[in-house]
Design a protein. Structure first.
Length: 174
């Protein structure tokens, strides 16, 4: 269930970006985010009210003598409460965007990128190491500049500002 919380927005994004012209992409992305919000609500009860944080370890990515980097996720009270806020706001933005952009022919692409943005935010919140945190951070940057490629000023300003915000990750030596 905990991995589904993170993977459902990614599944909605992949479905919307690949099959969005053939199926109802708004229904798929909103359904995936709603299911993810339901699972987050269940995990809020388990993690926050029962005081039982969950650690999900998938595999060891880098395993050297001095460096061990595992692909693992942490669901503690802080991350679960942040997941609830991120997913609720993203679900509301999805619902609003469907009506607001109803005449836009590129609505499936927008919803796919928005679901991918939600996945990257969830990846940042639940990551247990700086590698996954950095991947989530950079994934957000790529989606912002890719969708806004028609606006020249924003696409030139966003990457340097984002790199400057990510600079403290490189200075951490703990």
């Amino acid at each position: 269930m905990y991995l589904l919380i993170i993977l459902l927005p990614l599944l909605g994004s992949i479905t919307s970006l690949t099959l969005g012209r053939f199926i109802n992409a708004s229904f798929i992305t909103i359904l995936n985010l709603s299911l993810s919000l339901l699972f987050i609500s269940i995990s809020c009860y388990e993690v926050i009210f029962q005081y039982s944080p969950v650690y999900v370890s998938l595999y060891s990515f880098i395993n050297l003598e001095l460096i061990n980097c595992n692909i693992e996720f942490v669901f503690d009270p802080l991350s679960v409460s942040m997941l609830f806020i991120i997913n609720l706001i993203s679900l509301l933005v999805h619902i609003y965007s469907v009506e607001y952009m109803s005449s836009d022919p590129h609505l499936p692409r927008f919803l796919g990128y928005l679901s991918l943005f939600t996945f990257m935010m969830m990846l940042m919140v639940t990551s247990n190491n700086y590698l996954l945190l950095f991947l989530g951070w950079e994934g957000d940057l790529k989606r912002l500049t890719w969708y806004n490629n028609n606006i020249k000023f924003d696409s030139l300003i966003t990457p340097p500002a984002h790199r400057a915000g990510g600079l403290p990750f490189g200075f951490y030596d703990g």
